[in-house]
Design a protein around this ligand. Sequence first.
Ligand SMILES: CC(C)(COP(=O)(O)OP(=O)(O)OC[C@H]1O[C@@H](n2cnc3c(N)ncnc32)[C@H](O)[C@@H]1OP(=O)(O)O)[C@@H](O)C(=O)NCCC(=O)NCCSC(=O)C[C@H](O)C(=O)O
Ligand SMILES: [Mg+2]
Length: 292
Amino acid sequence: MPNPNPIVRSALSMPGSNARALEKARSLPADCIIIDLEDAVAAEAKTDARALVVESLAAGGLEPRYRVVRINPLDGEWGAEDLRALAHSDLDAILVPKVSSAEEVVGIASQMAQAGFHGNVALWVMIETAASVLALERIAATSESTPLAGLVLGANDLAKETGMLKTPGREAFSAVLSQCVMAARAHGLVAIDSVLNAIGDDDRLEAECRQGRLHGFDGKMLIHPGQIAITNRVYAPSDDAIAEARAIVAAFEAPENAGKAVVKVGGQMAEELHRDEALALLARAEAIAARE
Ligand SMILES: CC(C)(COP(=O)(O)OP(=O)(O)OC[C@H]1O[C@@H](n2cnc3c(N)ncnc32)[C@H](O)[C@@H]1OP(=O)(O)O)[C@@H](O)C(=O)NCCC(=O)NCCSC(=O)C[C@H](O)C(=O)O
Ligand SMILES: [Mg+2]
């Protein structure tokens, strides 16, 4: 069974054709590695890249990082062969770009089954077409009957199609950020924010991570190792948040609060829902600490 709740703060993408990057990935502190066979690989390099990716997965050493391969679109020249080639590889998820409807996702799931995937590999999809944004809820709902487990926002393709501007504050994307997370949460999916193309602009990266975190994303897709540390830090529970969560859990465990559904902690109301939230945050913090 795929891990339904992986730690994926930093999801570093790299071209499947880049042997050096694939090797480097084994020692990088990214939570998740996305090996790309789609837009980061030139048409003439697709076949060799596919073979290199299969070989690299077989060599092992990427785990415990969550291992994702982004294949080419299944209605194009290379996608179906990508899927067949990966069916017996050791990986965690297949990421399919440019999906546009729930029906398409159901079709992808059945192509996965035909290719030889047997429910042990999750399906993630890119939300990067206008149609996919409009169909978000229906796409996410297919997870009831398919291995769909993650949504990854693709701001570059979305901007290309719609004319939305990728400004430093991502003002135009605010609604889409929210819609992605709502659809993911309503159906128990992982939600990954879009890449930032500006390599080396740490202030902008930090601001985008904070914005993604504010909207509720689990992590961010990255394009360069220099983006990992900031992303891991922003997407991890802060020391203050951990202390607050511990205080809430302790308050509910205190004998004087036995049987109470609501207590006061640090001048704030805390109900059982806040205790549950605190326990989830502490479990996440523990899982991150174990990883690091
Ligand atoms: C953008 C890059 C081509 C830049 O590469 P390069 O010029 O080699 O950068 P550096 O010299 O700064 O690299 C320093 C060292 O780090 C290694 N490196 C660089 N990038 C990666 C990486 N992504 N993963 C692993 N290692 C990486 C270099 O090899 C250097 O190492 P060393 O040899 O030890 O010095 C390049 O960063 C790159 O290819 N990035 C990823 C591109 C990619 O995956 N694109 C697809 C994702 S974007 C997307 O999905 C958009 C979405 O679909 C949408 O629509 O929005
Ligand atoms: Mg894209």
